[in-house]
Design a protein around this ligand. Structure first.
Ligand code: 2AM
Length: 482
């Protein structure tokens, strides 16, 4: 057996792992492959990897022996305990300065814990987001590595070589310390939930509001894909709508329920934890829950009759409103996502490069789009931009598109079409641009019934209590919060 010849070892020969190995091989890196079930190693070497310089190992010890120093091992196994099991088995074979990379969809809290624990043993741990599905892994994924920064110089070459490229630049850069890479990947997935739900609502409006047939809808998405909305998800929607087999259009026969693996929910949990109004993604997660209640919806639809007049307006104009509404809502969703990243960075002391993150998402991944180029430019112009909605380009787009967002919602209301993400975009926009919210009344109510105190305008930080009824007393509450 050759020793110290391979550039990297990769554990986990499911489709993502296999494709990443083949991608690394294409870029001239020598990879050693291993899998818990070792028959898969044999099969991979004899089939997919035949004729390449990829080598197989049949034990962890054997795999580690083939690696050059510092030894680099990448895990592409099921997130959770399998990652910890492999780490525990690998550590005795590694020495100080060696690197373990987890490329799975791990919870960023786990990644943070692993970085800290392994640092004590001298091992450099990296948690990397990998996006782009099977094809991305094979021909260029978006890679979001974070963790121990001392690992980056040793993995940069491989990672940037195999990643997707956008305008000639790699869609991969160092994200930040501890769980930052997996956090950014999690927010990416949350944004993906939002984008998909927005597109589904646009489809719903076209199908049930405007009465378009699949071919017509496909043509609309085709047109949209030539302009500001150009993106992978719009492109596949065009193709899905058009897809026919011997029974006709396939989409019409697919059950209207959607599952989830949980990363959207994680994003919303993080938003709740850090107090950031990530409303659009939250509504997209709830929309999936709603979709799962199929039998319930069918029953309720028979009982709750609605009086809906068929759409009688100008379809062409409605579609143009819908296009602009989708653009505006997308901007709101990304503004919320970046706000969450900013808050998390503050909490965890991550020094995130927001333009770099936009570039990492610009190509290779599921949310790849032309529009991420505009986000990158906004952060290039001002790396400290606090909110995308304060960038000149996006201000102009919102001014141009907000009336269409309202027009689309009015139409959806009349047609009684549920639009949780479009609606939350409008709610958020009118909330974040409202200089006087009604929360003064909220403060007053809390003080009235619970003596929670309130601040007066112009006297921030000074909390006072009023005895509103003359019966409650003058003592403020300090024992519980409403
Ligand atoms: P397997 O082929 O031996 O099942 C995706 O499921 C990848 O994760 C596969 O390579 C799979 O290995 C691996 N995997 C899943 N659960 C695992 C576990 N508990 N321990 C080790 N590998 C695991």
């Amino acid at each position: 057996m050759n020793t110290e010849v391979a550039d990297i070892g990769l554990i986990g020969l499911a489709v993502m792992g296999q494709n990443l190995i083949l991608n690394m091989n294409d870029h001239g890196f020598k990879v050693c492959a291993y899998n818990r079930t070792t028959e898969k190693v044999k099969s991979f070497i004899e089939n997919e990897a035949k004729g390449t310089q990829i080598i197989g190992a049949f034990s962890l010890e054997e795999m580690v022996r083939t690696l050059k120093k510092p030894k680099r091992v990448m895990l592409l196994v099921k997130a959770g305990s399998a990652v910890d099991e492999f780490i525990n088995k690998l550590v005795p074979h590694l020495s100080s300065g060696d690197i373990i990379i987890d490329g799975g969809n791990s919870d960023y809290h786990d990644t943070t814990r692993r970085v800290v624990e392994l640092e004590k043993k001298g091992i450099l741990f990296v948690g990397s987001g990998v996006s782009g599905g099977e094809e991305g892994a094979r021909y260029g994924p978006s890679l979001m590595p974070g963790g121990n920064p001392r690992a980056w110089p040793h993995i940069k070459n491989i990672f940037q070589a195999i990643s997707a490229k956008a305008d000639g630049e790699p869609c991969c850069d160092w994200v930040g310390e501890t769980g930052a890479g997996h956090f950014v990947k999690m927010v990416h997935n949350g944004i993906e939930y939002g984008d998909m739900q927005l597109i589904c609502e646009a489809y719903h409006i076209m199908r049930d509001g405007l009465g378009l047939n699949p071919e017509e809808m496909s043509n609309v998405f085709d047109e949209w894909n030539k302009g500001d909305l150009k993106s992978f998800l719009i492109e596949i929607t065009r193709d899905i709508l058009r897809y026919k087999n011997d029974k006709g259009y396939l989409l019409e026969r697919i059950r209207d329920t959607a599952g989830q693996k949980g990363t959207g929910k994680w994003t919303v949990n993080a938003a709740l934890e850090y107090g950031v109004p990530v409303t659009l993604i939250a509504n997209s997660v709830f929309a999936r829950f709603m979709s799962a209640l199929k039998n319930h919806r069918v029953e309720a639809s028979k009982i709750h009759k609605k009086n809906i007049k068929p759409f009688s307006g100008d379809k062409k104009q409605a579609l143009e409103h819908l296009r602009k509404a989708l653009y505006a809502a997308k901007i709101i969703s990304y503004a919320q996502g970046f706000m969450l990243l900013k808050q998390a960075a503050q909490e965890h002391n991550w020094n995130l490069n927001y333009g770099g993150i936009a570039l990492m998402w610009r190509g290779g991944c599921i949310i790849r789009s032309a529009f991420l180029g505009n986000i990158k430019q906004a952060f290039d112009k001002n790396p400290n931009l606090s909110d995308l909605l304060l960038d000149d380009f996006f201000i102009k787009v919102m001014h141009d598109c907000q009336d269409s967002l309202i027009a689309t919602l009015q139409m959806a209301l009349q047609q009684r079409i549920s639009t949780p993400t479009f609606s939350s975009a409008r709610d958020y926009y009118d909330g974040i641009t409202c200089n006087l919210s009604p929360a003064n009344l909220l403060q007053a109510m809390r003080d009235y019934f619970g003596a929670h105190t309130y601040e007066l305008m112009g006297q921030e930080g000074k909390f006072v209590h009023t005895n509103w009824t003359g019966r409650g007393g003058n003592v403020s509450a300090s024992t519980y919060d409403a």
